[in-house]
Design a protein around this ligand. Structure first.
Ligand SMILES: C[S@@+](CC[C@H](N)C(=O)[O-])C[C@H]1O[C@@H](n2cnc3c(N)ncnc32)[C@H](O)[C@@H]1O
Length: 415
């Protein structure tokens, strides 16, 4: 097999990262984007490795049972989602297998994938990039930007606000700039623009009040109008987020994620350490009922919102690496440590965590780095007791995992 060869094969499943996978006649796995399980495809080989190859879809010779019509006309070119032409059932089955492969070997009980989001209109936060005459998501196949006039995955209020903002900024923002939006529970939208010209502050104010836009932050420091939006669930105290900060991708998904976190807090846990706390999304539940919570977050603006959102938490702006070493060095102990790292995971801090607690709840947006970190925790004397995937982003390959770890007892460790 060599680059440029055209192969015909049937797709078996879907891989983390978004590609579909089939097998070439020589047994090598072939990764190809845009295909669905059961499809027979013709694909052109782009890259050959000893155990696998990457190919470009040229033709769907015969569609499989899991292929469905996409709602979005940009599906062939836009990299915003990967699996819109795959049935939601097959997407979910693939995500469950991804979680099982990541943690099953360590003996974890893997719960069924939770599916809290509607298939479309669920995204309450999005970030577009500015390209050549285009504002949207990166292309599936190149670094070019695809012009996205509307995205069916977005909450309609966010979609409308981003459409207005795109037109407003189209002739103003240079290539490489970005435009992000976060919609609150009442449909109010907060925008963040990075990389625009200095003169933008005077003009951007005109956008406030249009299509639900209540505030804009420029380059993370110049705030126009409202500085945040309330993203709380009905009946809950206000909870403020901003388009230049982190928020989970969907409100309904986050509601379930928070519920799983609440269920993972042992009754006896009274003294908790939270790392990667963001605006305090989980802090509000962790600090409930009078529990003592120390919350660590590296982004100063997020810590400002955390203090406003969860006054009961002892919030500190500090890199988690430094905080973990400092607390472990001081001999601190916690009934529970919860961490929610970015994709890169949390490997460097795990030895410090192991010195401070017997219970860890790890929230991961990347099963591959979670797998690596779970193996490290196993080497540090922990068992992964239970894990559950959550489909927070239908039509993409992303899957969130909540995993609970506890220190192995001596008997279990020696068996
Ligand atoms: C996946 S987000 C989770 C935020 C929050 N738990 C939530 O649910 O909204 C990860 C957070 O970790 C923070 N972060 C990333 N690396 C960090 C580091 N080395 N030290 C401290 N905070 C960090 C980011 O600023 C971000 O707020």
């Amino acid at each position: 097999m060599k680059r440029g060869d055209r192969l015909r094969f049937t797709v078996d499943n879907l891989a983390f990262g978004g590609d579909a996978v089939g097998r070439a006649a020589d047994g090598r796995a072939v990764f190809v984007g845009g295909a669905a399980p059961g499809d027979t495809v013709e694909a052109e080989i782009d890259e050959v490795k000893p155990k696998f190859a990457r190919a470009r879809l040229r033709l769907v010779v015969s569609p499989g049972a899991e292929r469905v019509a996409a709602r979005c006309p940009l599906v062939a070119e836009c990299g915003g989602c990967q699996w819109q032409e795959v049935s939601i059932t097959a997407q979910r089955a693939a995500k469950q297998v991804i979680v099982e492969r990541a943690l099953g070997r360590l003996g974890a009980t893997i719960g069924p994938l939770a599916t809290p989001c509607p298939d479309f209109g669920y995204r309450t936060r999005a970030r577009f990039t500015v390209g050549e005459n285009a504002i949207g998501y990166q292309s599936r196949r190149s670094h070019a930007v695809v012009d996205v006039a509307s995205c069916p995955l977005l909450d309609p209020a966010l979609d409308a606000a981003l459409a207005t903002a795109r037109e407003f900024f189209r002739s103003v923002l240079p290539r490489g700039a970005s435009l992000a939006g976060l919609v609150g529970s009442e449909g109010a939208v907060h925008l963040a623009v990075d990389g625009g010209p200095r003169s933008l502050a005077d003009r951007a104010t005109e956008l406030i009040g249009r299509s639900g836009i209540v505030g804009i932050v420029l380059d993370g420091n110049h705030r126009l109008g409202a500085s945040d939006v309330d993203t709380s669930d009905p009946g809950e105290p206000a909870f403020f987020g901003a388009a230049d900060g982190f928020a989970q991708a969907s409100a309904s998904g986050n509601r379930l994620l928070r519920q799983l976190v609440r269920e993972a807090i042992p009754v006896a846990a009274q003294n908790i350490l939270e790392l990667h706390a963001g605006d305090g999304n989980f802090s509000r539940d962790l600090a409930a009922g009078g529990r003592a919570l120390r919350a660590i977050e590296g982004d100063a603006a997020a810590v400002g919102r955390l203090r406003k959102n969860v006054p009961a938490a002892e919030a500190r702006c500090e890199p988690v690496e430094r905080a973990a070493a400092r607390l472990a060095g001081a001999g601190e102990r916690f009934d529970l440590v919860l961490l929610d790292p970015p994709r890169a995971g949390a490997r460097p801090i795990l030895p410090s965590l192991a010195r401070m607690t017997d219970r860890i709840v790890y929230i991961s947006c990347d099963p591959m780095t979670l797998q690596r970190d779970a193996a490290e925790l196993a080497a540090l004397g922990f068992t992964v007791d239970e894990a559950r995937g959550i489909d927070l982003m239908p039509h993409t390959y992303h899957v969130e995992v909540v995993a609970r770890f506890s220190r192995r007892t001596k008997e279990a460790g020696s068996s």
